[in-house]
Design a protein around this ligand. Structure first.
Ligand SMILES: NC(=O)c1ccc[n+]([C@@H]2O[C@H](COP(=O)([O-])OP(=O)(O)OC[C@H]3O[C@@H](n4cnc5c(N)ncnc54)[C@H](OP(=O)(O)O)[C@@H]3O)[C@@H](O)[C@H]2O)c1
Length: 258
């Protein structure tokens, strides 16, 4: 089979959460560029409109759905909107996420719950909704959860985030096991530092740049460094891959130190 055929997404409907900025906006454009009709979900409607506009200008198909991923009614409404526009969602990318910084002994309950509800609870409920609809439609599908290397190892000051992302990796395996026989594959990507608009100022500062010493490849990741893992997991190229977490971190998580 040719590479073009194996990665082709023309018969797919993809829903990407957190598609208003950063990695999610990029993932939506990559999926559309490879043929998928894409549903972009986030809270900032103006930012979603800008990304759907870029996709349309490039010849792709996309709609925006304003939703908070923690809202269960909004979850169902987003899948309904996707179905009305394009048909059953066959690719779900659970990308929406929030980070926090602060030592465990000082972390408030509200902040803990904000991070866990966005970064872990929502990943389960959006996956559950997607899987129910894929099964009801009698078709398979692919779910990709965006975890982090902080789901594998830890750093100081990120207890809620690291706990949520470790949960995402385990959730990915559990869902993969239950859904495999119905043709729904569930995988995760665990990125290391990827430069996005949120962290660009810090990562390009002198202090930030020093962090590249921890990355064997010698640089931070760029959004396009995740294109290969994403396209593998959502396409026919990854048809026998489920329950996996692909680490894309320039070798950061395998290096001991220095
Ligand atoms: N960049 C990195 O270095 C890196 C490394 C490892 C993992 N990741 C993971 O990659 C994912 C994307 O991160 P990013 O770097 O692209 O950050 P980002 O630019 O801040 O993007 C986060 C996205 O999530 C959305 N979001 C947050 N809370 C939401 C909510 N309650 N409901 C709906 N949407 C919500 C935001 O949209 P609205 O604010 O418009 O709702 C935004 O589109 C996250 O899961 C993050 O943990 C990033």
């Amino acid at each position: 089979m040719s590479a073009a055929a194996i990665f082709d997404l023309h018969n797919e409907v993809a829903l990407v959460t957190g598609a208003s900025s950063g990695l999610g906006a990029h993932f939506a454009q990559v999926l559309a560029a490879n043929g998928a009709a894409v549903v972009l979900v986030a809270r900032r409607a103006d930012r979603l409109a800008a990304v759907t506009g870029m996709i349309a200008k490039a010849g792709g198909k996309a709609i925006a759905v304003e939703a908070d991923v923690r809202d269960r009614d909004a979850t169902r409404a987003a899948f309904d909107a996707a179905e009305s526009a394009f048909g059953t969602v066959s690719i779900l990318v659970n990308n929406a996420g929030v980070a926090h910084a602060g030592r465990a002994v000082e972390l408030g309950e509200e902040e803990w719950r904000r991070v866990l509800s966005t970064d872990l609870d929502a990943v389960f409920f959006w996956s559950q909704e997607a899987a129910r609809r894929m099964l009801a439609a009698g078709r398979g599908g692919a779910i990709v959860n965006i975890a982090s290397v902080l789901g594998l190892g830890v750093a100081k000051g990120v207890v809620a985030y690291a706990t949520a992302k470790a949960g995402v990796i385990q959730l990915t395996k559990a869902l993969a096991l239950e859904l495999a026989f119905k043709g729904v594959r569930v995988n995760a990507i665990a990125p290391g530092w990827i430069v996005t608009e949120l962290n660009r100022d810090y990562l390009t500062s002198e202090k930030g740049k020093a962090l590249t010493r921890q990355i064997p490849i010698g640089r931070f990741g760029e959004e396009r460094d995740l294109d290969g893992p994403l396209l593998l997991l959502v396409s026919d190229a990854g048809r026998f891959v489920t329950g996996a977490t692909i680490v894309a971190d320039g070798g950061q998580s395998v290096a001991l130190s220095g």
